[in-house]
Design a protein around this ligand. Sequence first.
Ligand code: HXC
Length: 258
Amino acid sequence: MKEPIVRLEIRGPVGLITLNRPEALNALSTELMDALTDALRKCENDPAIGCMVLTGQGRAFAAGADIKEMANKTYAEAYSENFITRNWEEATRCRKPVIAAVNGLALGGGCELAMMCDFILCADTARFGQPEVKVGVMPGAGGTQRLSRSIGKSKAMEMCLTGRMMSADEAERCGLVSRVLPADELIDEAVRVATQIAELSRPMIMMTKEAVDRSFEVPLSEGVRFERRLAHTTFALEDHKEGAAAFAEKRKPNFHHR
Ligand code: HXC
């Protein structure tokens, strides 16, 4: 039987999603992006899942948009089929957290896909880059925007204008990734962290994610105001009372996600 182009494994409360087109370094073809969208939606709609991990099979997380598929695409086609906008940004639409576990090359659309996730853990063998200019295109899935916000103008500009690759260590130094792990520990650690998140109060986690995301969209005073309003609403949740009671009683909280 043919292997699925995107694999979805359920590991307890975690959906582990693996881009599975290693022969093409997980290049982001239409077929792959459709399958990724399906997998993310399945997890988002499954009440048993509280967090997702996205990784790649083989030596790449993803080496970008499928250059061969793009080669003959016309402007009219790209525009009318709403290329990229159609369904590449599903990770940003998930209300549950999505962790990128970057196992290897994350280039072009692959780096952009990782940046659409809530945070990035990476293997010590990972490498990041926006090499689009070298193949006659430019970043089109948020690279010029998310990379600048993540690592600052100078480094983002250099990466986008030269297409050079960045090592895992450099990515950690400049804040693109939250942590670098030995390659053979990456998935276990990503699933462990995702499980930890999934076992916390889901509405609390979703509100927290929403508040952090908001900080990229609005001025500080509005962001703090938004945070405060959400924080006040958490007092209405059963999980809020359970968290405080468990603390006082020196026991593990038993959240019911309500
Ligand atoms: C299609 C790709 C691919 C890609 C790799 N492959 N990247 N196919 N699209 N983006 C395929 C190769 O053609 C090859 O298939 C197989 O994967 C292995 O790749 P090799 O090149 O043989 O491996 P290697 O020599 O190790 O080089 C690795 C590499 C190189 C440096 C990552 O593959 C590379 O430069 N890839 C392109 C990276 C890139 O430019 N990404 C940005 C794309 S544009 P065969 O069949 O030959 O074995 C983008 C945004 C566009 O992401 C947005 C526009 C609006």
